[in-house]
Ligand binder design. Structure first.
Ligand code: GDP
Length: 479
């Protein structure tokens, strides 16, 4: 492990120039951003009168996300549901319709807000909906190690049937081992043919109950509100079968559903509590950021005193904005929070420097520029069969961006996908896109190990369309 002089100085709360002077005395001429090894750093620190405690990965991560709960402490918790399906099949409409009909209104001054998730009440039982439909956000979370969803609602429009993104959603749900409930939507439309949908689903290995299988399906209309109650009942039924449980009496753990820097309120993150109970005053770590919970708000903008398992709350008080998909854990004190996040930020920097050395300057500059403007980036590694296609695709993907979000092509190359492509992708948690090329065995193994998604295409339009859908998951919601 190595450290820059600046960082060493920061951690000792000494001036970097004094560190440089000391090093000079020992015959080393170094500058502030130069890197020294751990042994040298230790010597310098001791020389300057500091006690050295080397922190290993195990030390830092120990105690986080490892506590298993005793079965006797567990109690039933609400299910967390994500809605997926092809574009225009009614995901957003369904989420809105459910929210409108079910969110407890009448709370003083309550105005429904988009915080990334909401909870509804069905016959005294709660259901949590993740409010960002689509498999892009879903798989992004998964790539970060977060398992936020218990049940996937697959929306299929009764007048359109199984479409490409329906199939992708099924693949994502299956990869996450989340049970699927089919919502056959738009049954109010004249051209609606629910049975055609059921038949088409057969070819995706989804056999609905009426076809003799065990996949639950409900015919709904987001427009008229038809059968929404039934859909919610079916979710509760499925949840009951799954015996979803958590221990509410412990320090909280969860996942960041959404986060942004709010001009007035500072960093704001919606945290879905998965275990334990989160309370104002708690100190929590989310990925490489930490904060002390200053306030928690629900989807009605109302302050919340306690958030137990499956409850989404908007958390104020982070020092800096975490990222969607970051795992959250409450820690005992601020010192511990700093120790963990310092360590993680160092790791991120080290990984970034590894990537940067293998990247051309212009790309590096672009990354810096994007970070400065606070634009969200969608990193990608692109491999194609011929230069012409690679260029055409890169061009089309770059055109997709706006000032809020854009594709960041880490590499656009010609030839099969190799292990080194995976290494590059994995440092940035980027998916790999293969256009008319495949990955070799080593690459496939490395991808599986590092959790890197490889997608194959042979139609540019499909490719661009999918990236577009994925990027829209990064767009900040309208408030
Ligand atoms: P998404 O892309 O899956 O989120 O789909 P949207 O929710 O944006 O819906 C796409 C279009 O279908 C919109 O024009 C909706 O008004 C319409 N739509 C959604 N659900 C229904 C429905 O149940 N019946 C009818 N007739 N139209 C619907």
């Amino acid at each position: 492990e190595a450290i820059t002089i600046q960082e060493l100085a920061n951690r000792m709360a000494e001036r970097a120039v004094d560190v440089i002077k000391l090093l000079m005395k020992q015959g080393q001429m170094l500058k502030i951003n130069d890197v020294i090894d751990a042994d040298t750093a230790e010597l310098i620190a001791e020389e300057m009168g500091h006690t050295v405690k080397r922190v290993s990965e195990a030390d830092v991560e120990e105690g986080l996300f490892t506590l298993e709960d005793d079965p006797s402490t567990m109690s039933q918790r609400p299910p967390v549901v994500t809605i997926m399906g092809h574009v225009d099949h009614g995901k957003t409409s369904l989420l809105d319709a459910i929210r409108k009909s079910k969110v407890v209104t009448g709370e003083a001054g309550g105005i429904t807000q988009h915080i990334g998730a909401y909870q509804v009440d069905q016959d005294g039982q709660k259901i949590t909906f993740i409010d960002t439909p689509g498999h892009a956000a879903f798989s992004q979370m998964r790539a970060r190690g977060a398992k936020a969803t218990d049940i996937v609602i697959l929306v299929v429009a009764a007048d359109d049937g199984v479409m490409p993104q329906t199939k992708e959603a099924i693949a994502h749900a299956k990869a996450a081992e989340a049970p699927i409930i089919i919502a056959i939507n738009k049954i109010d439309k004249p051209g609606a043919d629910p049975n055609r949908v059921r038949t088409e689903l057969l070819s995706q290995d989804l056999v609905t109950e009426s076809m003799g299988g065990d996949i639950i399906d409900v015919e709904v209309s987001a427009k008229t509100g038809d059968n929404l109650d039934k859909l919610l009942e079916m979710i509760l039924l499925q949840a009951e079968v799954m015996e979803l449980q958590a221990n509410p009496e412990r320090t909280a753990e969860g996942v960041v559903i959404e986060a942004q820097l709010d001009r007035g309120r500072g960093p704001v993150a919606t945290v879905l509590v998965q275990k334990g109970t989160l309370r104002p005053g708690d100190i929590l770590v989310a990925g490489a950021e930490w904060g002390r919970v200053r306030a928690m708000l629900d989807e009605n903008g109302q302050p919340v005193k306690e958030a137990g398992p499956a409850k989404p709350v908007e958390v104020l008080g982070f020092q800096s904005t975490p990222e969607a998909g970051d795992l959250v854990a409450v820690v005992e004190n601020e010192a511990r929070a700093r120790e963990i996040t310092d360590y993680r930020q160092r790791q991120i920097r080290e990984k970034a420097s590894v990537v940067a050395t293998g990247t051309r300057g212009s790309l590096e500059q672009m990354m810096n520029r994007l970070q400065e403007t606070g634009r969200k980036e969608f990193p990608l590694v692109l491999k194609a069969d011929v230069q012409g296609s690679a260029e055409a695709i890169a061009h089309a993907l770059n055109d997709l961006g706006n000032e809020e979000v854009g594709a960041r092509i880490l590499l656009s190359g010609v030839g099969g996908i190799t292990e080194s492509d995976i290494t590059l992708a994995s440092a940035s948690k980027a998916p790999i896109i293969g256009f008319n090329v495949r990955a070799n065995k080593q690459a496939r193994e490395a991808a599986a190990r590092d959790g890197i998604e490889i997608r194959y295409y042979n139609v540019i339009y499909d490719l661009v369309d999918d990236v577009k859908a994925a990027m829209s998951g990064l767009l900040s919601p309208e408030r």
